[in-house]
Ligand binder design. Structure first.
Ligand SMILES: NC(=O)c1ccc[n+]([C@@H]2O[C@H](COP(=O)([O-])OP(=O)(O)OC[C@H]3O[C@@H](n4cnc5c(N)ncnc54)[C@H](OP(=O)(O)O)[C@@H]3O)[C@@H](O)[C@H]2O)c1
Length: 386
């Protein structure tokens, strides 16, 4: 039995992880759950899986939580909940969205446990710090993002020396606006941006996918996870979302990971690593696969991807700033304060105010994140649409 803690259990990845665990209940036991404020779903999950520990970020929900629970687990709130969840279980799945997931990443790696990481923002915002903590404890990170899981699986298929790998190639679906005309992007609605063609995901990652910033964040995530230079990480648009990414070797051979677009496969892979799940969620009916299409990304229509490369290469605290500015811009779009086409402009203008800074500690990361958020919020106010 593998004991699993799930941070962000009420979200898209969190609920799919519980699906994986239900279907493989002889292999996994849930020992801790953590959410932000969705107390009704958290109560339902807790009563079903009976974890010993429940974290809820917002303490005002504790009475409602206690009232709904049919047993008496430990309940912890606020920042102590993020630290507490890492104390239990052998594997911690971090499926919290955004910068709020950083404490779970750090506390899990400090505890020496295996981290199944969906929360890409913690690697983007604090990659070097995360690497240091990981190196000290020797903890493993198994990526949950389908692209990074694909690369992890492709690299695992042989004993590759570092210079055998020539490129990592991340695939991108292209998002809902791949075929839209430039002029129509002026009038994108929230509903349009959330209508992802192949994946059903939380709001923030869906909007990030529509701007291709998600792929930009994933490029930075890949650099951090696999220590490959930015010049050797490419992105190719693959609308069918069946080839989840590939590793190309110096002789031109490439190994790809291919399966249906179902997050339960990479979640299950990260939870059961180094084994594989016995239950299949995403096997393809190969006789029905007619087309595997690949094309270069349209950088003019989607400038966020190029911006993320620039920021990643700049290093220091630039990715921390990018992540914070993007979170504010995306939230502002979701709250109808800016238009979709203004997301990129807001992030770009915010980054203009960044001055090169070295990150030595978590306090430095928090300070840059705070400043970038204030700067970006001011830019949103100045746009005057609110
Ligand atoms: N969805 C996907 O298919 C997918 C694929 C690849 C990678 N990812 C990555 O996985 C992460 C989660 O994405 P998602 O789509 O599952 O997001 P989501 O559906 O919005 O869920 C986010 C989860 O985080 C929790 N949360 C938010 N703030 C918190 C805080 N301060 N403390 C504790 N919990 C907090 C939420 O709790 P409440 O429900 O209580 O608010 C919810 O459980 C993101 O980093 C995303 O980029 C997602």
């Amino acid at each position: 039995m593998v004991q699993v803690s799930i941070a962000g259990s009420t979200g898209s990845v969190g609920t799919q992880a519980l699906d994986v665990i239900s279907a493989n209940s002889d292999q996994f036991e849930v020992v801790a759950l953590l959410a932000n404020s969705n107390v009704d779903l958290l109560v339902e999950q807790a009563n079903q899986f009976r974890p010993k520990f429940i974290g809820i970020f917002d303490e005002k929900y504790v009475p409602q939580l206690r009232e709904g629970l049919g047993y008496s687990p430990e309940i912890v709130t606020g920042s102590e909940a993020s630290a507490g969840i890492a104390e239990l279980g052998q594997v911690v799945l971090n499926a919290v969205v955004g910068f709020a997931g950083l404490p779970v990443t750090l506390s899990t790696l400090q505890s020496g446990k295996r981290l199944a990481l969906a929360n890409k923002e913690s690697l983007v915002a604090a990659g070097e710090l995360v690497s240091k903590v990981r190196a000290k404890s020797g903890s493993e990170i198994i990526p949950v993002d389908s692209e990074h899981s694909a690369i992890h699986q492709a690299l695992r298929s042989g004993n590759h020396s570092g210079d055998e790998v020539s490129r990592l190639i991340l695939t991108a679906s292209g998002g809902p606006f791949r075929l839209w005309d430039w002029a129509d992007l002026e009038s994108v609605t929230l509903e349009d941006a959330l209508a992802h063609p192949t994946w059903s995901m939380g709001q923030k990652i869906s909007v990030d996918s529509s701007t291709l910033m998600n792929k930009g964040l994933e490029v930075i995530e890949a650099q951090q996870l696999f220590a490959v230079d930015y010049d050797r990480i490419d992105v190719v648009v693959h609308p069918q979302s069946l080839v989840h990414s590939m590793v190309e070797f110096r002789d031109g051979s490439a190994i790809a990971q291919i399966s249906g677009p179902d997050m339960r496969l990479p979640i299950g892979y990260a939870l059961s690593y180094p084994d594989r799940l016995t239950y299949s969620f995403a096997a393809l009916d190969w006789g029905q696969v007619r087309t595997l299409q690949f094309e270069p990304p349209d950088h003019q229509k989607f400038p966020s991807l190029h911006l993320a490369y620039q920021v990643g290469k700049r290093g220091g605290a630039a990715p921390t700033w990018l992540n914070a500015a993007n979170e504010i811009a995306v939230r502002s779009f979701i709250e109808h304060k800016i238009r979709w086409i203004e997301i990129f402009e807001t992030v770009r203008a915010s980054l203009e105010q960044y001055q090169d800074t070295v990150l030595d500690s978590i306090e430095d990361v928090l300070e840059i994140d705070f400043t970038a958020r204030r700067v970006t919020e001011q830019l949103v106010r100045e746009r005057g649409n609110n």
